[in-house]
Design a binder for this molecule. Structure first.
Ligand SMILES: [Zn+2]
Length: 56
């Protein structure tokens, strides 16, 4: 199952998202990052870093 953690993206946080697809993973990560890291929108840079950090 693909997963990505906040640490992989450079955030000091132990959150780790799991999803069956990359889209589900991104949605779960965004659901966490928006309130937890005050990211009201995710920049292209963050999305790129998340996609590169996804472990299959
Ligand atoms: Zn986090």
């Amino acid at each position: 199952m693909p997963s990505v953690s906040c640490k992989d993206v450079g955030l000091d946080c132990s959150f780790e998202a799991h999803g069956t697809t990359n889209q589900e993973l991104m949605r779960k990560f965004i659901d966490h990052a928006e309130p937890a890291h005050d990211m009201h929108y995710l920049s292209a840079d963050i999305i790129y870093r998340v996609q590169k950090a996804i472990k299959k």
